[in-house]
Structure formats: structure tokens, C-alpha cells
Design a protein around this ligand. Structure first.
Ligand code: C2E
Ligand code: MG
Ligand code: MG
Ligand code: MG
Length: 281
């Protein structure tokens, strides 16, 4: 009896796992089709100078316009894209589109103070053997000045592939491309890599900024990250600023740049164009 029961359970379990693998296969195929059909689009979140709230750059953030589900956020497909390797074609599409858009903005607004476009690069993509050459080729094809491109790579991904990342990073440095360490503080051994990686910017993760007005430990932590950045002569961007009080604290700590819903959510292309128009930037 008990044995039978056990067997039944394992059948149920197996079929659940089976269904799950079918579901994964289905979404993988959907994601593959999405690349073919170019169902992705970029949104652009302003990065601003905290002191005067001037727009200095945009971070390009990918979205999937799914035919049935509507707009799918990156959190809901980037993990699958990473585990299947599809992040590589998606990621290069993102980079090419972001660079091309930045060139259009610069052509339309030659006096603009918009200095850079920031693009997220997955570790898997950045540690491809020819990543440096692909990036150089995209810059040449789109005509973007390499100094106007910032690549955001997360700390944990840098650490996983540190040697390959280092050689690609050095190649990019020679071109003039800038590098940002994204989600800074969420990794585990960041400090040891700061001095050997040619990073220009630290992005303080949202989780550290969240309770900066009420939590003294958080405030001290952010203060330390900002000091660290000063020691290494890096720019600092605080992520996820939602309230004026957070902005006030960050200004007191001499954090120069910020990004968050307080200033703007990620904008569609039309909205980003309107913003550029309205700030006459
Ligand atoms: P991230 O690079 O750290 O990007 C910042 C995320 O925080 C964005 O979420 C943005 O919408 C969100 N955010 C910005 N300000 C605020 C705020 O004030 N409050 C809150 N609660 N959230 C804020 P999004 O667009 O959903 O992207 C999530 C993550 O997906 C990104 O985190 C990045 O790691 C990844 N991602 C997005 N686009 C790409 C891409 O093209 N390639 C790769 N490899 N990853 C991407
Ligand atoms: Mg980012
Ligand atoms: Mg980030
Ligand atoms: Mg983050």
C-alpha cells in the first residue's frame, strides 16, 4: 500500500517536472522567435546630476513586447535568456539599438548635454571570446563616439569571469568606452577587484539607498561606498532614488549622480524624446 502510494507520488512528481521542462522549452522557443521577430524594445531611464537635476545620460533597459502578454519586464525573461544563451543575441541587439538611438539624439541635438548612453551587458556576453571586437564593430557601424558609451556589468558577473572580463575591459578602455559596476555592494568580494579593473563608475544598488533616511547603518554604508569611489577617482550613481529625503542625504554625502522614480521612470522612446524637447537638451 505504502509502496504504491510512493510510486504514485513519484509519478506525480515526475510529471510536474516534465510539465515544467515543457513550459521552459515553450518559453525558450517563444524567446527565440521574439529575437527573429524583433519583439524587443528599449526604454530609457534618465541619469541626472543630483545638484542641479540636469539630465546627463540615459540607461537603456530592454522590454519584450509579447504578442499575448503585453510588455514583459526584463526580470521575467533575462534569467531564461541567460540560462539558454539567448542573452547573447538579445544583448547585442540591445547594444546596437542603444548606440544607434544615441547617435540620432546627438544628430538632432548637437548642443545637448546628454553625455552618454548606459547599456547593461550580461557576464556571459561580456566574457565571449570576441566581445571586445563585437563592441568595437557596433560602435563603428552605428558611428557612436566610444566615449559616449558606458557598459554596465554587475559585480558578481565580473567576479565569475574575472580574467576574460579583464582582457575585454582593457581593450574597451583603449577605445575610450566607459565601464560601470552595476548593483555595487551586492556582490561578495568587490573590493579586491576595484583596483585591477578599469572601472569609471560605481552604481550603488537600490537596496542600500532604500532606507537611507531612517537607517543609520545604511547611511554609513553608502557614505563608505562614496568615499571608496573618491579614493579610486570613480563617478558614483545612486540607484532607485524615490523620495526627496533620500536625495537630500545623498547630496550631503556628495554623491554626484542619481537615478530613480523621483526623477523619472524608464521612458518609452516617444517619452524620452518629449523629455529632451522639454528640457531643451
Ligand atoms: P539594473 O541595471 O540595476 O536597472 C535598474 C532597474 O531598477 C530597472 O528595472 C529600473 O526600472 C529599476 N528602477 C529604477 N529606478 C527605480 C526606483 O526608483 N525604484 C524602483 N523600485 N526601481 C527602480 P528593469 O528595467 O525592470 O530592469 C531590471 C534589471 O534587468 C536591470 O537592473 C538589469 O540588471 C536587467 N536588464 C535590463 N535591461 C537589460 C539588458 O538590455 N541586458 C541585460 N543583460 N540586462 C538587462
Ligand atoms: Mg543597470
Ligand atoms: Mg543597476
Ligand atoms: Mg540594481
Amino acid at each position: 500500500q505504502a509502496k504504491n502510494k510512493g510510486k504514485a507520488c513519484s509519478v506525480v512528481f515526475e510529471s510536474a517536472a516534465y510539465l515544467q521542462s515543457i513550459a521552459k522549452f515553450k518559453s525558450e522557443n517563444e524567446l527565440r522567435a521574439a529575437i527573429e521577430l524583433e519583439q524587443f524594445e528599449l526604454h530609457y531611464q534618465p541619469i541626472i546630476k543630483l545638484a542641479d537635476r540636469q539630465l546627463v545620460g540615459f540607461e537603456a533597459l530592454v522590454r519584450w513586447q509579447h504578442p499575448d502578454k503585453g510588455m514583459v519586464a526584463p526580470g521575467d525573461f533575462i534569467p531564461l535568456a541567460e540560462s539558454t544563451g539567448l542573452i547573447i543575441p538579445i544583448g547585442w541587439w540591445v547594444l546596437r539599438s542603444a548606440c544607434a538611438q544615441m547617435v540620432l539624439w546627438q544628430q538632432d541635438r548637437p548642443k545637448s548635454k546628454l553625455a552618454f548612453i548606459s547599456v547593461n551587458i550580461a557576464g556571459k556576453q561580456f566574457s565571449q571570446p570576441y566581445a571586445g571586437d563585437i563592441i568595437a564593430q557596433i560602435l563603428t557601424e552605428t558611428g557612436l563616439d566610444p566615449r559616449c558609451l558606458k557598459l554596465e556589468i554587475t559585480e558578481s558577473e565580473i567576479i565569475e569571469n574575472v580574467n576574460v572580463v579583464l582582457s575585454t575591459a582593457e581593450k574597451l578602455k583603449k577605445l575610450g568606452v566607459q565601464l560601470s559596476m552595476d548593483d555595487f555592494g551586492t556582490g561578495y568580494s568587490s573590493l579586491s577587484y576595484l583596483h585591477c579593473l578599469p572601472v569609471d563608475t560605481l552604481k550603488i544598488d537600490r537596496s542600500f539607498v532604500e532606507n537611507i533616511e531612517s537607517n543609520i547603518h545604511e547611511l554609513e554604508l553608502v557614505k563608505t561606498i562614496i568615499k571608496l569611489a573618491q579614493v579610486f577617482n570613480l563617478d558614483v550613481v545612486a540607484e532607485g532614488i524615490e523620495r526627496e529625503q533620500q536625495c537630500d542625504r545623498l547630496l550631503e554625502l556628495q554623491c554626484e549622480y542619481g537615478q530613480g522614480y523621483l526623477f523619472s521612470k524608464p521612458l518609452s522612446l516617444a517619452e524620452a524624446n518629449n523629455l529632451l524637447e522639454s528640457v531643451n537638451n
